[in-house]
Ligand binder design. Sequence first.
Ligand SMILES: Cc1cc2nc3c(=O)[nH]c(=O)nc-3n(C[C@H](O)[C@H](O)[C@H](O)COP(=O)(O)OP(=O)(O)OC[C@H]3O[C@@H](n4cnc5c(N)ncnc54)[C@H](O)[C@@H]3O)c2cc1C
Length: 440
Amino acid sequence: MNTISNIPDRKDLKRIVIVGGGFAGLQLAKKINHRYFQTVLIDKVNYYQFQPLLYQVATAGLEPSSISYPHRKAFQKRPNFHFRTCEALRVLPSENILETSIGSIHFDYLVIATGCDTNYFGDNSLKDSTFALKSISEALLIRNRILMTFEDALNADCEATLRKILTFVVVGGGATGIETAGALADMKKTILPKDYPEIDFTKMEIHLIDASPRLLANMSEHASENATKILKNRGVIIHSNTLVTSYENNLVKMNNNEELYSCNVLWVAGVKANSLPGLPDEAYQKGRLITDEFHRITGFENLFCLGDTALMAMPNYPQGHPMLAQPAIQMAKNLAKNLNRRVQGKPADHPFVYDDRGSLATIGRNAAVADLGKLRFSGRVAWWLWIWIHILSIVGIKNKVFVFLDWAWSYVTYDVSLRLLIKPICSRIYSSKAASDCGK
Ligand SMILES: Cc1cc2nc3c(=O)[nH]c(=O)nc-3n(C[C@H](O)[C@H](O)[C@H](O)COP(=O)(O)OP(=O)(O)OC[C@H]3O[C@@H](n4cnc5c(N)ncnc54)[C@H](O)[C@@H]3O)c2cc1C
């Protein structure tokens, strides 16, 4: 395999290759000391995506550009930094080489921060028949689908077809599921009847199906109860303790023998860590890479793992830390601190200790639930807190301002202005392989 072109071989610097520019990878690249390290960040996409607000893109509340940020822009002024848009394919640990879709690269340190992907729990047919929400591309696909639904509804030729078109099924009662169901309920109440006065929206149904006995199983009972109450008040039909057993020909079948016809099934029921071939089976547990408290992958001195992909079993977290943004960010900061010290010959022995700052989830306009330490509250105050925390967490000043303006506008007007059905088309005009003159 060729080596990745145009990355200088700097003998005076240690080369750290970071796979994945999400919460963990981005934070690490920012914190690593460029006087001692040459940083190579690789990602399948050339931008960072703020996943907690993907559902807002999917439900036409925010533009994709408001919750994403180009990696090249983030590191424009950074010395000894290189970014490549490519996919990591395999690691060869004994040779310190990473193989990617554009060539191989040698590393002194490799950090795997590849996050996770949608989990279909072994039923891969669901991958083709349902909508997932893990990336901007998937969020845009859902947005187009939602908007097209109502165009289709206008042309429905019978009552049964109309009901099937107007039935939305969200599978998964975690934060993403309740946020998506809540946003759909808000759309049904405030926006859609104005855009489609010909449609009878009492026929639109939003179902939320969850395998657990209660929604938001990772939050407090208080949060679950309040989220359930608010969603029910907003017309969402909740099926707890229920598993989807199949979805074929627009028919959702559940393990309690209930059935639902729907053209729009959103699958947000679970996630599984992204793995990278080349590491031994013993390095994995439940699909995540086992690390020690210094983020080293079991059995390796110079291979590290952060974020959703990492399983660091600690007394408080025997199953690893929650797959959330804060553990990913905090792990990255700790690893940067240790590596910056190690490269200077100082002790690099700062163990990771997770500082749990609590959890928030919103259910739509004026409604959210919060578990902050021993404090449990819900309603308008939790919602405002959710809004401010998210605005502060978004990368980029322009993005913060745009999100604030979009939300303020929607709040005042009960409207969102992003309901354009723009479908990408594939181009066969240019491909980098066809452009290459090498070897001709
Ligand atoms: C819809 C949704 C809502 C969420 N809401 C919240 C929330 O409200 N609060 C919260 O704390 N957390 C939330 N999370 C979870 C949070 O986003 C994750 O825990 C966090 O993103 C983990 O960070 P990470 O760096 O491990 O991975 P990610 O942020 O997922 O980044 C992984 C990166 O790796 C890249 N990648 C993957 N494989 C490869 C490869 N082979 N080669 C090259 N690049 C690769 C991906 O393109 C991606 O950019 C949500 C997640 C989703 C999907």
